[in-house]
Design a binder for this molecule. Structure first.
Ligand SMILES: Nc1ncnc2c1ncn2[C@@H]1O[C@H](COP(=O)(O)OP(=O)(O)OP(=O)(O)O)[C@@H](O)[C@H]1O
Ligand SMILES: [Mg+2]
Length: 261
């Protein structure tokens, strides 16, 4: 009985978590009998950047979806600041994790309200500060109605890069200790690309960040690179360590990145 009670107990994380994230022997399958993640263990210390790299279908997005309990693991444990995430209230868990995905979620409403979505009680001034840190202020300022400009439901009256900057501003405003970022692969113009890069850096500062990384600069600067292949962490270390090791990462780097430095 007591174990049952423990399983259904719904814990809450405090408003500010340190952001230590630990996966221990995590196994997961979308469909019973077809394991996708076999035995994933990782430790992210507060503030660290963890880059996930590896071929398509390796399990990178899956790992990230488990952290927000979009899916439940089969065995093993995932903890945030020592709390087993299965014991946490899902809403509470998700409110502590910022997510910046390739396809920015924007709704029909003003630019201001779209940023405010990160923290509903934020003041107009806080919204502008977040936009400035996200390198979004200058383009917002140039819109006909500035922060009061209305976005269409799919954000189609902004460029893709601008949409990303807005979601970064939103995440900065939300101020989560743990971040999930899926770097865009699609190309935006060089100037916007630079804006996005510096904004992402700003956002990741002091937060535990899991990045599905496509940019070499992000990967290079990561505290840990996890190379995922067929649902397993096959290599881990810094860029220099992994290049030295001369394994899978080395080959990946040679084939994908050596021309883009
Ligand atoms: N919702 C799902 N249901 C069933 N299988 C899935 C589901 N999502 C992903 N998979 C499978 O799980 C495996 C890992 O997929 P995942 O999306 O995590 O890969 P990825 O490393 O993120 O790849 P990519 O680089 O292409 O984004 C793949 O074999 C994929 O087909
Ligand atoms: Mg993916």
């Amino acid at each position: 009985e007591s174990t049952d009670d423990e399983k259904t107990a719904v814990h809450q994380l405090p408003a500010q978590v340190h952001g230590e994230v630990i996966f221990e022997h995590v196994q997961f399958s979308y469909k019973a009998g077809s394991p996708i993640l076999r035995d994933v263990s990782l430790t992210a210390k507060p503030g660290q950047t963890i880059a996930l790299v590896g071929p398509t279908g390796a399990g990178k997005t899956t790992i990230i979806n488990l952290l927000t309990r979009f899916y439940e693991i089969d065995s093993g444990t995932i903890t945030i600041d020592g709390e087993d995430i299965r014991l946490l209230d899902k809403e509470n868990l998700r409110s502590r994790i910022g997510i910046v995905l390739q396809d920015a979620y924007l709704f029909s409403g003003t630019v201001r309200d779209n940023i405010r979505y990160g923290r509903l009680e934020a003041t107009d001034q806080e919204i502008e500060e977040a936009a400035k840190l996200a390198n979004a202020h200058s383009f917002i300022h140039k819109l006909l109605e500035g922060y009061d400009s209305i976005l269409s439901a799919d954000g189609s009256n902004l460029s893709q890069g601008q949409r990303q900057l807005l979601t970064i501003a939103r995440a900065i405003l939300a101020n989560p200790s743990v971040l999930i970022l899926d770097e865009a692969t699609s190309s935006v113009d060089t100037r916007t690309e630079m804006h996005i890069q510096t904004a992402m850096k700003q956002l990741m500062q002091g937060r535990t960040s899991f990045v599905i990384a496509h940019r070499l600069s992000t990967i290079r600067e990561a505290d840990q690179i996890l190379v995922i292949q067929s649902g397993e962490v096959v290599e881990r270390g810094t860029h220099d360590e992994l290049l030295q090791a001369g394994g899978f990462y080395h080959d990946l780097y040679q084939s994908q990145f050596n021309r883009v430095v």
